[in-house]
Design a binder for this molecule. Structure first.
Ligand SMILES: *Cc1c(COP(=O)(O)O)cnc(C)c1O
Length: 417
C-alpha cells in the first residue's frame, strides 16, 4: 500500500497537480508532447525564454555589436554575474562563485588549489562510487605531481572513518549520480576540518534540486554543473565556489589570462585577480552563458522549500508505485528511503536495466541507464507532475509485465547511454 499521504488514484495525483505551488513553472519550459521527462538530472529541458535570449545575443549582440559587446552588452561580466546569482542557490555570498569551463576542469582547479593549501598532507579521500570524472581528475593530478599523493577510495558510509592526519582533502559528490544517495555535508565537512583537512563538494546532482548551504556547512570549495537541474543547455558552463576565507591564498594551475589581475595590461607574468575571479582561465562561451542565465533565473524564482517538498513527494510516490506494481519483476531500489539521505532521483537495479530503459524511452518515458545495471529516474520539481509519476510507473509496469524490452532492438547500444 502507498503511504497515507500519497495519492491512490490518477485522479488523486491530478488533484495534487492542481494544488501544486510550483505548477506554473512547467510552462516556462519547452517539453515535447508525448514525453515524460525523467532525465533532467542529465540534461535539463529548454527554458522557453532562452530562444529569445539567444536570438538577441546572436543577432543584436554578436551580429551588430560585434566586439563592442564585450563591454556594451556586458559579456565580460557574465561569469561573475551568473556566479553571483548561482551563489544564492547554494548558500554562498556574492563574490564566492564564478561560472567557467566544465565541472571536470573546475575540479582540477580546486583540487590542485586545495592540495597546495595542505602541503604537508598527501592523501585525497573520496568515495569509490563517486562519478568517474571526479576520480579520473584526481588520478591525473596525482600523476602530474609525480605520484606524491594517494587517492583513498572508500564506501559512502566509511568516509568519516577514512579521514586522518594525512588527509589533505575530502572530495565528494553531494548526491551520488548512480544511487541518489545524499551525503551529510555539514557533518562530513566538520569532521574533515577537525582532522585538519579541506572539503570539496561536487554539486552536480544537487544544485537546483536539493537545498545546499555551503557557508553554513563551512565548505571550502565546490563545483557543479550547469546543464542538469539548472537547465542551462547541452554542455552549459559549470561553476566554481571558493570560500571567501581561502580566496587570498587560493592558487590554481590553469592560470589563464582572464584570471589575471589585469588581463588587458598584457603583462608577461601572471598575477592572480582578487577574489574568485582567479578561478577563471580563458575566454568565456557567451552563447552558452546566455542560455545558462535563463535557467538560473528560473531556478531563483522557485522557493527551495517548495522544490524540496515536491521532490520528496514525487520520489516517495514513484518508489511506492513501482514497488506496488512491479514487485514480481526483480527491481531493487538503490536509492535511500530516508528523506535526509535522498537527492532528487530514484534508481532501481535490474540485470536487464539497459533494454528495459530503451523500451521505456520508446514508450515516451525518458530516464537513463547507468552501467552496469541501474535504471535512473530524475525528478525535477519545476516541470515533473504527480500525474507524470503515476503514468511513468504504470508504463514501467507494462514494459516489465509484457517483456517487450526483450526485443533485439532494445539491446543496441549507442555511444551515449
Ligand atoms: C555530471 C557530472 C559531472 C560532469 O562533468 P563535466 O565536466 O560537465 O562532463 C561531473 N561530476 C559529477 C558528479 C557529475 O554528476
Amino acid at each position: 500500500m502507498a503511504l497515507p499521504h500519497l495519492p491512490d488514484s490518477r485522479a488523486a495525483a491530478a488533484a495534487l497537480d492542481a494544488h501544486d505551488p510550483l505548477a506554473s513553472f512547467r510552462d516556462r519550459f519547452h517539453l515535447p508532447a508525448g514525453v515524460i521527462y525523467l532525465d533532467g538530472n542529465s540534461l535539463g529541458p529548454l527554458p522557453r525564454v532562452a530562444r529569445q535570449r539567444l536570438a538577441r545575443v546572436i543577432e543584436a549582440e554578436w551580429g551588430d555589436g560585434l566586439i563592442r559587446s564585450w563591454n556594451a552588452a556586458g559579456w565580460i561580466e557574465l561569469p561573475q554575474r551568473i556566479g553571483d546569482k548561482l551563489a544564492r542557490l547554494i548558500g554562498a555570498q556574492p563574490g564566492e562563485v564564478v561560472v567557467a569551463d566544465s565541472t571536470s576542469i573546475n575540479l582540477f582547479k580546486v583540487l590542485a588549489g586545495a592540495l597546495a593549501l595542505r602541503p604537508d598532507r598527501r592523501c585525497i579521500v573520496s568515495e569509490r562510487d563517486n562519478f568517474p570524472t571526479d576520480l579520473y581528475i584526481a588520478q591525473g593530478l596525482i600523476e602530474l605531481f609525480g605520484n606524491s599523493h594517494t587517492l583513498r577510495l572508500v564506501e559512502a558510509d566509511e568516509v568519516c572513518d577514512a579521514i586522518g592526519e594525512d588527509t589533505a582533502v575530502v572530495m565528494l559528490t553531494h548526491v551520488n549520480y548512480r544511487t541518489g544517495r545524499m551525503h551529510d555535508m555539514v557533518s562530513i565537512t566538520r569532521h574533515a576540518h577537525a582532522c585538519g583537512a579541506l572539503a570539496i563538494w561536487d554539486l552536480a546532482h544537487s544544485v537546483g534540486a536539493v537545498p545546499v548551504d555551503l557557508n553554513e556547512a563551512q565548505a571550502d570549495f565546490a563545483i557543479g554543473c550547469g546543464y542538469k537541474y539548472l537547465n542551462g543547455g547541452p554542455g552549459a558552463p559549470a561553476f566554481i565556489f571558493v570560500a571567501q576565507r581561502h580566496q587570498a591564498d587560493f592558487r590554481q594551475p590553469l592560470a589563464g589570462w582572464l584570471g589575471h589581475a589585469q588581463p588587458f595590461a598584457f603583462e608577461a607574468s601572471y598575477r592572480p585577480a582578487q577574489g574568485v575571479a582567479r578561478a577563471l582561465c580563458g575566454t568565456p562561451p557567451i552563447l552558452s552563458l546566455a542560455a545558462l542565465e535563463c535557467g538560473v533565473d528560473i531556478a531563483l524564482e522557485a522557493p527551495m522549500t517548495a522544490v524540496r517538498a515536491k521532490s520528496l513527494a514525487l520520489t516517495d510516490l514513484f518508489i511506492a508505485l513501482v514497488e506496488q506494481r512491479c514487485a514480481p519483476y526483480g527491481l531493487r531500489l538503490v536509492t535511500p528511503r530516508e528523506h535526509d539521505r535522498r537527492g532528487s532521483q530514484v534508481c532501481f537495479a535490474h540485470p536487464d536495466a539497459f533494454p528495459i530503459m530503451q523500451a521505456l524511452i520508446a514508450r515516451g518515458v525518458i530516464g537513463d541507464f547507468r552501467a552496469p545495471d541501474i535504471l535512473r529516474f530524475g525528478f525535477a520539481p519545476l516541470y515533473v507532475r504527480y500525474t507524470d509519476v503515476w503514468d511513468a510507473a504504470h508504463i514501467l509496469a507494462e514494459v516489465l509485465s509484457s517483456r517487450v524490452w526483450d526485443r533485439p532492438e532494445f539491446r543496441q547500444r549507442a555511444k551515449v547511454t
